[in-house]
Design a protein around this ligand. Structure first.
Ligand SMILES: [Zn+2]
Length: 411
């Protein structure tokens, strides 16, 4: 199974599927469609039924039930695109068998070294088979490892028809990294009762709680006058913007928060005397605290208006996603099943809130509860990305075990 996983991840990694938020089409880039079409062929080739790709590049397929029991339809999902932060072009995956636990030179010429000093979890993979980059690109294990694991699990179940399971649906989706994956995902066509994204990190990760997220753009209008004759006339929009930011709680920023602590994150400043724009994201796991953060933005905006006039500030704010916990908690058995599947394989489930979101957050709100399961990767979105093939194999087995557990627990 390990060699199959290596081959699949290498093949998928070589297709450049970086998404692009500046492009409005779905998928945002043609490489994603190229990989999606490859996956359609492969799904047919391993023997999946009802293999489809829609006009937006969403791939779906069915593995029919091998039982007469009334088992809920379970979905497994992964995304085809890679992060916008780092190039995914000409990915050249390196395989290290029986890793010795020492620092790994990814690129001799450019002196790129994956070191335990920077990444303390590295020596823990001693003895594993690792896949790394060549130091010039990301690897794309986020989320192509998830695709490889789902594909390999389906192939295994097809080759072992004696294993009893209900109907299984799989989906490979575009544009997760730019937050648009769920937008055109046809939950009805997918037809699953519950689903799992195979899009987590290290061994054991199991996630059903994420941030509530909002985005805010704040525009400040000043009045530029020659500085020599500016007395009582000039209004400096940059200074009003600084005043706005100073009214936010200083310690509620990404660099000072962890766990379930939310934050205001100033993403960018663009400005001159006449016009200044601030861009923020607001995050909190707790819905009330999230609403309070947005209310604070409204309050400060009102204060600035009172002081500098109605036109001095414009606030544009919108919600991006919500904490899926609200949608998962009523069906906690789906988390328990994933957790039991791991324990059967001697994997200790690591359940913690995501300080971000997954496709599952929005999909859960579209009516399909979708927690997130580990793939085995580390250091996503950059040149130090790597993955343990041993843990990919475990993730593949978790998929198989989840399918078995739903059947065992059905009547
Ligand atoms: Zn991902």
């Amino acid at each position: 199974m390990k060699q199959t996983l290596i081959d699949r991840l290498s093949t998928y990694a070589k297709v450049d599927t970086q998404s692009n938020e500046d492009i409005e089409t779905t998928p945002s880039t043609s490489g994603q469609l190229e990989l999606a079409n490859m996956l359609v062929k492969e799904l047919k080739q391993i023997g999946m039924d009802e293999v489809t790709i829609d006009e937006n590049g969403y791939v779906m397929a069915t593995l029919p039930a091998t039982t007469d029991k009334d088992v809920p339809v379970i979905g497994f999902m992964a995304h085809v695109d890679t992060a916008t932060d780092f190039t995914g072009k000409n990915v050249n995956p390196q395989v290290i068998e029986n890793f010795d636990g020492n620092d790994i030179t990814l690129n001799e010429k450019l002196d790129v070294v994956l070191s335990a000093a920077e990444f303390p979890e590295l020596p823990g993979y001693k003895g594993h088979t690792l896949m790394t980059t060549d130091g010039t690109t990301l690897l794309g294990a986020d989320n192509k490892a998830g695709i490889a694991e789902i594909m390999t699990a389906m192939e295994y179940l097809i080759q072992h028809p004696e294993i009893k399971h209900g109907k299984i649906r799989v989906a490979f989706t575009p544009d997760e990294e730019i937050g648009r994956g769920p937008h055109k995902f046809d939950v009805e066509a997918f037809g699953a009762t519950y689903a799992y994204t195979m899009d987590g990190g290290p061994l054991g990760e199991l996630e059903y709680e994420n941030f509530n997220g909002a985005q805010a753009k704040v525009t400040f209008n000043g009045n530029n006058v020659h500085p020599g004759t500016a007395k009582n006339k000039m209004v400096n929009s940059m200074k009003i913007a600084m005043e706005f930011h100073a009214k936010l709680p200083e310690d509620e920023a990404p660099e000072y928060t962890e766990g379930r602590e939310g934050f205001f994150h100033l993403l960018s400043i663009q400005g001159d005397v006449e016009l200044t724009k601030l861009q923020y994201i607001l995050r909190d796991h707790d819905r009330d605290k999230f609403e309070a953060k947005k209310a604070l933005f409204e309050e400060i905006t009102a204060e600035i208006k009172a002081e500098y006039g109605e036109k001095s500030i414009q606030l544009e704010m919108h919600d991006q996603y919500y904490n899926m916990r609200e949608k998962i908690e009523p069906v906690m058995e789906i988390v328990d099943i994933a957790s039991d599947a791991m324990k059967r394989l001697d994997i200790e489930p690591v359940i913690k809130p995501i300080r971000g979101a997954t496709d599952g957050s929005q999909i859960s709100y579209k009516g399909l509860p979708t927690p997130n399961v580990f793939t085995g990767g580390e250091n996503y979105h950059g040149k130090f990305e790597y993955i343990s093939v041993d843990n990919m194999e475990k993730a593949t087995k978790v998929i198989i075990e989840i399918a078995k557990l739903y059947e065992e627990q059905a009547k």
